[in-house]
Structure formats: structure tokens, C-alpha cells
Design a protein. Sequence first.
Length: 119
Amino acid sequence: MDKKLFDSELKIMSILWQEGDSTAKHIADILKDEVGWNKNTTYTLIKRCIQKGAIKRSEPNFLCHALIPKEEVQEAETKELINRIYDGSSDKLFAALLGRKTLSSEQINKLKQIVRNME
């Protein structure tokens, strides 16, 4: 993917990641119900995603296929968040996340396992 996806474009991608290949009409129907977008708005955003290399369009019926996996976008967005908000320090992000709420023992154990796997 060449360029960053904006929140509106990520809504399109989320549908494709969740439902798999979908027609533009199907995507437009979902987003009309979820966020109130009209068909033209959705089609414009799909075209932007195509131009950015995130979606491939095929016929029949303007079928859309995600070219990038969700995990790749999540990783890029996480890196940007860490760099922009936490001065490139992932431990500051981690501390901020942990400081927001009380964690269950199961969640704490899961986090400990993640840290152990990183060592």
C-alpha cells in the first residue's frame, strides 16, 4: 500500500475484512445503515482505496477485494500512533493502556505471556 488510509476508507476496508469480497453496492448498503452515507460517497471512497492500492475491483458487479490484510494496517496505524503521540516509545503506550482500567487476572496473564514471547 502506497498511502495512508483515512478513517472513512478504513470503514470500507473493515467490511471487506469482515465479509470477504463484496460488491460496491453491498458495501454501500451496509454503510448507509451504519453511518448514513449515500451510495456516491461510498463509491468515491472505494475508488480512493483502489487508487491507493488497498482494493482491487473486478467485474461483474463492481466486486471489491482487499489487497492488504487487516494486520498490516493495524501494525502501520500502531506505529504511527506510537511515533505521533508517545514519542516513538512503545513502553509509554503500554503504560498508558495499562493505566486506563483495572485488568482481570486473565488479562494480566495474557499480557505477561505476550511480554515473555517477545524476550
